[in-house]
Design a protein around this ligand. Structure first.
Ligand SMILES: [Zn+2]
Length: 261
């Protein structure tokens, strides 16, 4: 049966989610259900993101943060089903956006959600209000040329894919981080996006080490080729003084050999 979320509907109470949080301060641990959590400053994340963008470029940094959010979304989808076993499909699904809010990452306002488990169809439109990623970009990197809510987007993709049991891709169609009025995301099955294969590349393990090894091998090969050329035309191997020294050694060795023979 198809379920459509109407904007006038509200989230169910957060209580079933908030009561999962436990502080074991004397043990140095914070828990959310069975998952160990961390409380860390947004400013530390901001500095980390700036360093990633500056050292590895926007595309690689984006991939890392999409995958970071993806891992978090997978864990939360498992948790949502466990925490809301008797709720409607819609309320179980909405645990994901509620968890995003609870963690202080963003306020999520669902605009339209159509879920049909029988046919596997899914369509979602949600607004992100006060995204922490927009805040850190604005303080550390300034206005960007493209949407910036990367880890939030990875979370939405993983959470919904796990929830639907098929690959659902969300894209951020507008973002305050690049000057738009709002952060808005749209989600639908992967095959309904024309550039799904290109986007999926962000979720594959990064090959930076292989590229570095390739470059290292190319540099080594170029260096040895240059050394060979130097030896051939200008190096010690062909110099007059080198040849003179070699002849002197040969001569001395011959004299010594004769004296022993
Ligand atoms: Zn955004």
């Amino acid at each position: 049966m198809a379920i459509t979320y109407k904007p006038q509907l509200q989230y169910v109470d957060f209580q079933d989610l908030t009561e999962q949080i436990r502080f074991q301060s004397t043990e140095g641990k914070i828990w959310f259900g069975e998952q160990r959590m961390l409380l860390m400053q947004v400013s530390a994340m901001a500095a980390f993101r700036r360093e990633m963008v500056n050292t590895m470029g926007i595309e690689r940094a984006k991939g890392f943060l999409l995958r970071l959010g993806y891992q978090s979304g997978l864990k939360d989808a498992e948790l949502a089903r466990k925490l809301r076993p008797h709720c409607s499909e819609l309320d179980i699904f909405l645990a994901g956006p509620q968890l995003h809010s609870l963690k202080g990452m963003v306020k999520v306002v669902p605009m339209e959600i159509d879920i049909d488990h029988d046919s596997g169809s899914f369509y979602g439109e949600l607004e992100w209000v006060d995204s922490f990623e927009v805040d850190i970009c604005q303080t550390e990197l300034g206005q960007m040329d493209e949407p910036v809510c990367w880890s939030l987007l990875g979370y939405a993709c993983a959470y919904t894919s796990s929830f639907m049991g098929r690959e659902i891709i969300f894209r951020e169609v507008s973002c305050r981080g690049c000057g738009d009025e709002k952060c808005m995301i749209v989600g639908k099955p992967a095959e309904e996006w024309e550039d799904a294969a290109e986007f999926a590349q962000y979720f594959k393990a990064d090959t930076i080490m292989e590229e570095l090894y390739d470059l290292q091998s190319q540099v080594s090969s170029l260096r040895s080729s240059l050394e060979k050329q130097e030896g051939q035309y200008y190096g010690i191997g062909q110099s007059a003084s080198y040849n003179k020294v070699c002849k002197m050694i040969d001569k001395a060795a011959l004299v010594k050999c004769r004296s022993y023979c």
